[in-house]
Design a protein around this ligand. Structure first.
Ligand SMILES: Nc1ncnc2c1ncn2[C@@H]1O[C@H](COP(=O)(O)OP(=O)(O)OP(=O)(O)O)[C@@H](O)[C@H]1O
Ligand SMILES: [Mg+2]
Length: 221
């Protein structure tokens, strides 16, 4: 059954000139799938993830998730969708430099209504799960390049989202560390999380159940 349905998605950026980032993107994903998104630099991969995550305005087409048309709904419903459904790992991770690992991971829990000590406990559990036990109180710059994406994964999943959107989570990592990050994503997928991840790396892409290729703002299976 279709869970995420992107139909004819179009996205333009206007910076004096008009840049068509997504021309006409159509694809769908079932719940529990592990989907790789590949394509050349500038082809629209990050834009596509942002669109699925409800982070951008859409200039044409529709995105439906769990039968909810996320760009034809109230801002409250969209905010709810982002909070309840989506975990996001950004291409540059966007960890808050002045907050420790555990504080970064707590951020999505702040709206959850959980008491503070339970938030911290939950954040510590997830950091342990991603392999960062003992490093909870470090600031991002005190963590290695391979440890930082783990914090980003922990933060994106602490709310147990149904969908994880990961934009080059293995970024500039060496292949062994990249492989470990992929194993973490696979373990999340085994627990039922639907995952869309962007990668440049053919080898990592091959670990997905399926690849969606983007070229010049158009998707090809
Ligand atoms: N906020 C923005 N303002 C203007 N143009 C943008 C913006 N974001 C993206 N673009 C442009 O849209 C196109 C698609 O960008 P996008 O970031 O989605 O590509 P990408 O496939 O993720 O590339 P990369 O592999 O380098 O991360 C590019 O031409 C880019 O310059
Ligand atoms: Mg990108």
């Amino acid at each position: 059954m279709v869970f995420i349905d992107v139909k004819g998605a179009r996205k333009e950026f206007n910076i004096g000139v008009s840049i068509i980032a997504l021309k006409d993107v159509t694809f769908s994903v079932e719940q529990g799938e592990f989907v790789g998104i590949m394509g050349p630099s500038g082809s629209g991969k990050s834009t596509l993830l942002n669109i699925v995550g409800g982070l951008e305005q859409l200039d044409g087409g529709a995105v439906t998730v769990d039968d909810m048309d996320i760009y034809d709904t109230t801002s409250a419903t969209l905010a709810n969708y982002r909070r309840e459904y989506v975990g996001f790992i950004f291409q540059q991770f966007h960890l808050i430099p002045t907050l420790t690992a555990v504080e970064n991971v707590c951020l999505p829990l702040m709206l959850s209504g959980l008491p503070g000590d339970e938030q911290l406990e939950r954040a510590r559990e997830v950091l342990d799960w991603v392999g960062l036990k003992g490093l909870e109180d470090r600031l991002p710059h005190q963590l290695s390049g391979g440890e930082q994406p783990r914090v980003a994964i922990a933060r994106a999943t602490v709310n147990e989202p149904l969908i994880l959107l990961a934009d080059e989570p293995t970024g500039n990592l060496d292949s062994t560390t990249g492989e470990e990050i992929m194993k973490l994503l696979r373990r999340l997928n085994d627990k039922g999380t639907t995952i869309l991840f962007v990668t440049h790396d053919q080898r990592l892409g091959a670990e997905a159940d399926r690849i969606v290729r983007i070229k010049d703002g158009v998707a090809h299976e």
